[in-house]
Structures are given as C-alpha cells and as structure tokens.
Design a binder for this molecule. Sequence first.
Ligand SMILES: C=C(O[C@@H]1C=C(C(=O)O)C=C[C@H]1O)C(=O)O
Length: 441
Amino acid sequence: MEPLRTDEVTTHLVSRSVRLSAPPVTASLAAVHRPRTVWTAPDEPTVVGGGAAVTVESDGPARLTRAREAATSLFDDADIDGPSVGRPRFFGGFAFHEAATGRNPWGDFPAARFVVPEVQLVFDGDDAWLTVTAVGDAPEAVEHRLAEVRETLTDLPDAPPQGPPGVSERHRTTSVDAWRDSVEVAVSHILAGELRKVVLAQALEVELDRPASVPDLLARLGDTYPECHRFLVEPETGASFLGATPERLVSLRGREVETGALAGTTGRGDTDDEDEWLADELLASEKDNHEHELVAETIREQLDPFSADIRVGDRGIRKLATVQHLWTPIDATLERDEHVLSLVNALHPTPAVGGLPPAAALDVIRDTEPFDRGWYAAPVGWFDADGDGSFAVAIRSAIVDDTLATLFAGVGLVADSDPDAEWDEVQLKYRPILDELERDD
Ligand SMILES: C=C(O[C@@H]1C=C(C(=O)O)C=C[C@H]1O)C(=O)O
C-alpha cells in the first residue's frame, strides 16, 4: 500500500475490537502479516501489530509535525468502536538524523514512518484485545474481517523456540585505530570549548548461520531484559529493526509526563561484592556523573517550556543483565494539553545519544561515524488519537535482514574520556543483541 501524505488523509478510519483468550505472543507475531510491530514497555501491555490500515511517512525538519497532522486528520472523523485498551494507535518512529540517507541497511526506513496496524493485539493477562482497522471500508466489512482474524487466532499453538541462529563472521565498521582517532578528535572539540559532550557509535555486522527468527529473538530478549522496552519495526519488505532498550524517551498520559536521564555505564560483576563495588565506583565517578548531569540538566531545560511542574528524582543505579547505568527519573505535569510528538520533538536527541550543544554534536557525529545510524538511537513508539503516547530511545538494537544483522552501540564522550575504556564499553553494549544471536557451543 502506498503511504499517505499529509494532504491525502481524508478517508474514513473504521475500527472494531473484540476480547479473546490470549494467544501465545510469539506465535501471534509469526501469524500476522508484514509490516509488523511489537511494543512491550515495562508498565504497558504488550502490543503486536500486523498489516497496515494506514501508513504515514514524512521527511525533513518538520517530519514530526507532519506525521502528527496527518494522524490527527485521520482520527478526526474516525468510527472507533471498542474499549480504550484496544484503541487503534500509530506505531513507528524516526531516523536519528532529520533526513534518511537510504544507505544500506536502511533502504526500507524513511525519515519518519507510522503505521496503524490492520490487526492489533493488546495482551492483557489471560486475555487479549483484538482490533481490526481499515480505511475506506464499510463497518460491516471490518466486522467481518474481525471475525475472520479472531478465528485464525483461536487455539493458536505456541511456536517452538528455535534458539540462536549462530554467528559465523563479524565485520566492524570502525577499527581500534580509527576509533582512537575519532575519540581524540571529539575530545579536541570538547577541549576547544566547541562541545561539552558527544556520543559516538559503532556498527558491527554479523553474518548468521541461518536466518534469524524475529519472533524468537524478541522472545529471548524478553526473557533476559524484562525491564526494558522491547520493540520491532518491520516495514512491508526488507530488514527488521528490533531491540531491548533501557532508555525511555518520554511517555505522556493526559498531562503527566515520564522520562529520565540514563547515562554513565559500567559492567556487571561476577559476584555480588564485585557488582556492588562497580556500582559504587560508577556512583562516585566524576567523569560519569558529569556525563550524566549534562543529560539530566538538558532534559529538564527541554521540558521546562511545556511544564507546570518538573520533578527530578534521586540519581541511582539501573542494573541490566549485562551493564549498569546511572539513572535519574524525571516526571513532569504539563501546563496545557500537548501531543506526545511535540515532546519527542523537543527531547530528541537527548545528550544521552547526541551531545551538547545538540547541533554541533550532530555535525561531529555525521562527520565522524563511517556508517548511517538510520533509526538507531532514534525515537520509536506509539501515539493515539488523544495525543497520548510512549517512546523509547532505540539503542541496544539491530537491523536484521535474513542472515545479516547490523548491531549498533555508542558511548558518551567528555573531556577526560579514554578511547580504550570507551571501546570496551561499546563492546559491552553489543552484548544484549549479540548474546541472543550467538550459539553457546
Ligand atoms: C548510546 C548508547 O547508550 C547510551 C549511552 C550511555 C553512556 O554513554 O554511558 C548510557 C546509556 C545510553 O544513554 C548505546 O547503548 O548505544
């Protein structure tokens, strides 16, 4: 289906929902058609989407505004019948930079794309809400389709786990020497006072022994990283983008905003004592606290024009299976109603993945990184007709195409960053995805 452009969205959206006994999540994802969506946030029900009732794409500096306008006019005269939990939503996201290059492996990922799934499953304990949405169809046709899809999902057997595909070859975009040079250049910009922080990333291409099963990969990431946002963005054709990210960009419900600063990293210890020692060292590290403070301060400043009240929690440690981070929860109450995309627009990229000042940092990233970030480190998530929504920062992620997976990982650089320590941190941040691709034997 051709994506709709802002000025074309005049057709009628019809959506119907029904409750059913929850089918297995992995099998449901395997059963629905591309383009597929998965969204699992720690405090939200899991959503699996298949097919596209509507697709909105946009490009350039106004891409978020244009996506919002297209969605708003579509929802304006929509015929939606069902409970709030099953309401149709737009799922998707943006490229890290304003314009998409279309360079490999991002050929099927434009600068912004959102999809209302034709088939949407929201998992709610033992039950699930199935919603079927169409644009331009009669309500009876949508109800008929709902009954049909419900039938295919009833008594759906669980898919047997396939296990990791195995990795046969690895190719780095950045050699150790090139990395040292890049870090030196970045640090020299910082010492010259042009920058306060910049996040540089690397990409790792891995050749797989067999095609990765996306539903399987997401299920395994869910087992290891239950506290992370897990996502899948899979266009109609080509590669699939997925990840398990610890970083929430922003969520908005009514006027209540939740976000946070996540920056400053160390590994996990082999023993409890070592783990605590590493956490204490991170909490006491001047360099990591500085790196973190820049993120927290900037998020606060970016939210300020929207907010009646901002609450910054205590800085603590966020422990994940492979790493631990400094983390500060930040909540706000808005002064007036806003669309979540306006907050995404204000916050992205935070200095946790871009740098400070943002424009200068983006220039250094563009000039230095020898690969296209595509949607890595960019906002992915959803929004609804009320402008509520939830977005994560797409790190700990990979784009997977048959037997080729490209993984991304980055680190925040400040004046006293050491290239070799930062190199090790990048390798640590590949682990969440790499561990699920490699076989143990
Ligand atoms: C950029 C990444 O992670 C970000 C950078 C961090 C850091 O520099 O300490 C920590 C968490 C994330 O905000 C990544 O994982 O790719």
